[in-house]
Design a protein around this ligand. Structure first.
Ligand SMILES: [Zn+2]
Length: 222
């Protein structure tokens, strides 16, 4: 039996959950070198975080969260095949459909996304849920226009974007709002306001940065 295992943020302890798993998967994919982990045990950990709702909790048996669902979906797509985990069996069938449904249902009437069932919309979850849907091939299920209008309402009059209309802005919500607008641009006609460089949803970097990284960073054999 494959024992599931995550990663810690620092050696010999610290937080250990899907966020650190995603970091480890991104680093391994950037280096194109997966020898630093037991991939099957890491993949087993991700599967154990899947909740009955279709989203992924921060750790096994946790409540489904938008942020950690993105971490799980991106990690499952970044990882190469293993004999125990062929790509076709990852995120397939009813399991995949449940995840897509849960993500779509998180888009609220306001156009923003909530991060947990029955919570209010928050700008950062437009990225976590919208990017996860894009990786799953269902970015078309996002009401992009409504989402862009919600994010426009999250702008603060002196700059930056807040988690919700009327709140104070911060760099975290400003970045993630712009990030999802760079992945799922809505049609604003002549409006240049939200035209930003396209983003790679797997690494959360601009496409040009991701392309540069693919060409220059992978470890080369001596
Ligand atoms: Zn937030």
């Amino acid at each position: 039996m494959t024992v599931p295992v995550s990663f810690t943020a620092v050696p010999n302890g610290g937080e250990s959950d899907l966020r650190m798993t995603y970091c480890a998967f991104v680093i391994s994919s950037l280096l194109d070198d997966w020898s630093g982990m037991d991939l099957d045990r890491a993949l087993a950990y991700i599967h154990k975080c899947l909740s009955y709702e279709g989203g992924y909790g921060q750790a096994p048996f946790g409540e489904a969260l938008g942020g950690t669902t993105y971490c799980a979906i991106a990690s499952l797509h970044l990882a190469p095949e293993t004999p125990k985990s062929p790509r076709v069996s990852r995120l397939a069938g009813a399991e995949r459909a449940r995840t897509v449904r849960w993500l779509v249902q998180n888009q609220c009437e306001s156009g923003g996304f909530s991060g947990r069932t029955n919570k209010l919309a928050d700008a950062c979850y437009c990225f976590w849920c919208g990017a996860a849907l894009t990786i799953l091939g269902h970015g078309d299920l996002v009401n992009e226009r409504a989402m862009a209008d919600f994010l426009a309402n999250c702008q603060f009059k002196f700059g930056g974007l807040a988690k919700a209309p009327g709140e104070r802005p911060d760099p975290y919500h400003t970045y993630l709002s712009l990030a999802i607008l760079a992945i799922l641009p809505s049609d604003h006609g002549e409006d240049e306001t939200w035209k930003v460089a396209r983003l790679d949803p797997w690494w959360n970097a601009t496409e040009s940065t991701a392309q540069w990284a693919r060409e220059h960073i992978p470890a080369r054999p001596n």
